[in-house]
Design a protein around this ligand. Sequence first.
Ligand code: ADP
Length: 623
Amino acid sequence: MTAPSDALDLRVKAELVRMAYLDSRFGAPFGMVVAVIFAWATYSAFPPSVVLGWLALTLGCNTLRLITRWQYLRQAIPLEDTQRWANWFTVVSAASGLSWGVGAWLFYTPQESIYRVMVVLVLAGMTTGASRLLAPIAAANLSYLYLAICPLVVRMMVTPDTRSYVLAAMWLLYVSYITVAAVQELRALRRTIRLHHENASLVGSLGSAKEQAERGNRDLSAEIARRQIVESELRAASERAAAASHAKSDFLATMSHEIRTPMNGIIGMLRIVRDTPLTQSQRDHIETAATSAETLLDLLNDVLDFSKIEAGRLELEQIAFSPTAVARSVADLLRPRAMSKGLEFTLELDPRLPFGVLGDPTRIRQVLFNLIGNAIKFTERGRVTCGLSCDVVDGSSTTIRFAVSDTGIGIDSVALGRIFRPFTQADSSMSRRFGGTGLGLAISQKLVAAMGSQLAVRSELGAGSVFEFAVRFKPPASHLEASDDSAPRYVPPKLRGRILIVEDDRINQRVIGHFLKQMGLETGLAEDGIAAVESALREPWDAILMDCHLPRLDGLDATRQIRARHPRRDLPIIALTANAGKEDRAACLAAGMDDFLTKPVRVELLAAALQRKLPPAPPPEGR
Ligand code: ADP
């Protein structure tokens, strides 16, 4: 195989050979004409046989050149034959040169100076012309030159004449000059041809690069079209997913509503019973039942929460609460469970804990419930401790560290890395032995993260575990806002006014009616939206408690109608609904309601809402 540069050299050489053959169309005929004229001029001075013999030789050599040229041009010459044709060319050129050399030898005579001059002139002209025309093949050029001139120089040297010696020396200089010029000419020719080829191959590679770029462009356009199709498919899929997620949210909202309504009834009824005269043990049972119902509601909320967290829709409340009370309520709820397993259960409360802080008590309760519940579940003997300590207290905030420790089975280091993942347990035999879904820690961790902290765990297999987190709380606007469990039981304020309860559920009607009675308020009832509008327009109510889901006309439309037709623009209408979402609140306010309470309603919150709208009851007479 030929290397690329060798191949190029060969092509350059072939072109030079071709150039030499083409140019010989001038050289050979010209040489023949000059030979004839020279023979005619010398014919009378030299023996005819010498002159004619030389003419025949010269004409023959030039004819040979023409025949070789014709042979070369009549066929396509393969590259590998280049050297052979170059050799031929050299041979015929050398023969031609020699014929001139012979002529110079014969006609350069010491006697006739005119012939000497003729010989010198003709030879100078012939070799100068040849050095240009034969330049493409160096061997041909130089052999022509040397064979034409050397005999003359030798002849001059042997002529006993000083002028001839001088002439010989000048000829030698001339030959050297012509040789250098021929070499330069050949070099220039080679360079030009080589450049031409390199340009051609550059143009070729530019062309193929352009073709490649065009192919790339076509591929790119096809790729863009493909991507557009994939994008539109993705968009459609994402729209489908959004619709599915919407359906899931609707389902969860409905579930939440449907379960909250009966829970509202259960919790409300238990509270009513709690406020009647009871024996201590009855009271304890009722308290436990109420707390359990609330826990059940909380658990339901857990599942809903997880979905909310997953959908990125978790919202934390910022209300005043007592961290001590929250910890106590969880401890009270779980202590019986610990005791039934023979475990020691301790609640360690830092005396520096603030009475009230601003935050989300439900979420704190939820996390503690999960951590303490787990600690009891995974401990067979020993103790479970829940500790609340004040880490940092400054003027504007308090950091409270919550730590739940146990002396239970512990968690190995590999499982520690995955227990916070949803639906994951340290070991799969756990769910059989201890029950559980593996959801609790996942929710707790996200809730704690939403409060700006991190749930950390230290554990040793067989020795126990410690789960802890520290949350920074702001103080509430007023310390009175937070209530402590150790404080006397809540007594609602006495208010003055007539309240219309708009509610279709019988149990809720009784629960709300009972709370309002505790506040000393008069009440009326409307069981659907139309009745509510009529009653509102007919009677002078001081406030309306409006359920949202009502027969005939829902609470939102009823509110709109009341607002449009009632002469009192500031008649307080408070939503009281099982739909607890942010969007539900916004819808109620947009329909014209003033406030928003969720079911199961706590008497404290209901009283606070009404207290903002109604005057206090006058002090009892006689005081
Ligand atoms: P569940 O308790 O419902 O299984 P969690 O998410 O609350 O779900 O806990 C996940 C797993 O972490 C548990 O199954 C248990 O393997 C491990 N774990 C959690 N708390 C403890 C603990 N106090 N001691 C030992 N293992 C624990």
